[in-house]
Design a protein around this ligand. Structure first.
Ligand code: ZN
Ligand code: ZN
Length: 238
């Protein structure tokens, strides 16, 4: 097994999610370079009680977005401040760096795992990608992340519980009202015998919450009592 791992390390060297350099022997167990770790900025308190975004000086309890708009999910958890991980997120999403999920999923479990357990999350589900798009890209980064998070926490991951039924436009190109229209009827429930009460939806990025809301709505319509979501970062989107 060890020999196999060594060979696989030679062919697919593990890379640091921050600098994308091949990890040294020393850093391999941490899945990140020691020097790179301080470059990642975490979202700090005070955070929005609803979506988990860091609050500005003039905001209390809820961010301006959450005060304006009601969400279908109960509460969100977000880990990184987007600008500090922008390049990393891009490679994770578009350049095949699925290995970053190892670090990201573990980091998420370390930061939020205790809260997820306290809530009593029964299943982790990734925000689904449209099947044709996933075939083209070869993977869904949210699914890679969910797999690691579920494994770390010992919570089952159900990847086809919700399906994306249409090709949606990239959210960054759309106005807020177009975003909602873009996601209308975009998701359907893949299993109807749902007995789950509390579900965690996982994605790489949280922007306005439109996607999390759309997924939360189909889950709730199917009888799930509480839907939470966890995103790696909060930002304007890729
Ligand atoms: Zn590095
Ligand atoms: Zn908020």
């Amino acid at each position: 097994m060890r020999a196999l791992n060594l060979i696989s390390d030679l062919i697919f060297p593990r890379r640091c999610p921050v600098c994308d350099g091949v990890l040294s022997e020393r850093d391999r167990k941490d899945l990140v370079c020691l020097e790179c770790l301080p470059k990642i900025k975490y979202i700090k308190s005070p955070k929005c009680y609803k979506c988990g975004k860091q609050l500005g000086d003039d905001e209390a309890e809820y961010c301006a977005d959450c005060r304006k708009k009601e969400h279908f999910f109960e509460r969100g958890f977000a880990l990184y401040d987007y600008p500090s991980v922008r390049h990393s997120m891009y490679r994770f999403k578009y350049s095949g760096r699925t290995e970053y999920a190892g670090f990201f999923g573990r980091d998420m479990a370390e930061h939020f795992g205790a809260e997820f357990k306290k809530i009593g999350i029964e299943a982790v589900i990734p925000v689904p990608m449209y099947a044709a798009k996933k075939r083209m890209r070869g993977y869904n980064q949210a699914e890679e992340l969910a797999k690691v998070l579920g494994r770390e926490l010992g919570i089952p991951v159900i990847k086809d519980l919700v399906k994306r039924t249409k090709k949606t436009l990239p959210m960054k190109t759309l106005s807020p009202s177009e975003r909602a229209a873009n996601l209308k009827n975009a998701f359907i429930i893949g299993q109807f015998e749902l007995k789950l009460r509390k579900i965690l939806v996982v994605d790489d990025i949280y922007t306005t919450g439109c996607t999390s809301d759309a997924v939360a709505k189909v889950l709730k319509d199917a009888g799930v009592n509480e839907v939470y979501f966890a995103a790696l970062s909060v930002g304007e989107g890729l």
